[in-house]
Design a protein around this ligand. Sequence first.
Ligand SMILES: [Mn+2]
Length: 347
Amino acid sequence: MIADLSRFDPNGVSVANNNVFGLPFTEENASLIIIPVPWEVTVSFKSGSARSPEHILDASLQVDLFDSQFQNSWKKGVFMKPVDKKILLKNDYLRKENELYLHFINSGEKIETNKFMCKTLKEVNEGCAFMNDWVYEQTKTQIAKGKMVGLLGGDHSVAFGLIKAIAEKEDNFGILQIDAHCDLRKSYEGLDYSHGSIMYNVLNNFPQVKKLIQLGIRDYCESEWQCICDSDRRVATYFEKEIKERQFEGATWAHISEEIINQLPQKVYISYDIDGLDPKLCPHTGTPVPGGFELEQLNYLFRKILDSGREIIGFDLSETGVSKDGWDENVGARVLFKLCNLMLSQN
Ligand SMILES: [Mn+2]
């Protein structure tokens, strides 16, 4: 079904009852579906990202539809599904449970000695597995209808189900991960599906992911370093320190971008943890780290990926915080619009 845009004014003020970016599309006639995943059960530091999809939706009404690089892409249609209240409630309950559990282990107690805590941990792990299945079913259904799909977290762990759905269709693709953290921890704090383990879990479950390129990493532990070294070049990590040092010595971002793109398979999934950006752009994200990218630096890289003839097959945007003045959500909405345009500009 094709949308009738004859009465829609893209230069006008957003109509509040329209959908994301003020666009008048429906789930049926949009070609890209955004699925919000209000989940941050395993977040150990600052919370908020589970509520960010609703806030980003509000902020998206202020994003101008005119993008000189992708002038008519939005006409193919974007629709954001409503936030699932059952998932949100489950998140709220399990997040509290997980806080009790983390408090217990952080006080130096041994979990084996406490039956109650063993049960709590089991419940959290089962809840996260349930969320993964839910995302998988949701995204698989959309992909089967021929839709493009983007995820809006929540924390970074939400990506697992979509990557699983894509891996059933594609037997060779790469992931471009924007992040301050590697997320390569094996079962972080006893949690099977922690946001800090998302890429470890992806690499271990989906051999279809032939390459993982990590960009902007500046906070990681020794076991993650070892995981990269042992990956036989399946993982290529561009640490922030190395990128900056190369630039100090004269390397251009154009050159580094070209080097990154040359390692990517033909099909590319973008996993965009907003904490990969400079924290001035995401001050309320769960685990902010000094340093990081500017928006245009990444937009340039994305444009070059399209110019190279590669195909972007899906994305997730995670870890956007919620702020009193709406700043984090404002940036999140703009990143989301760019990711949508990247997908929609393709045939
Ligand atoms: Mn992450």
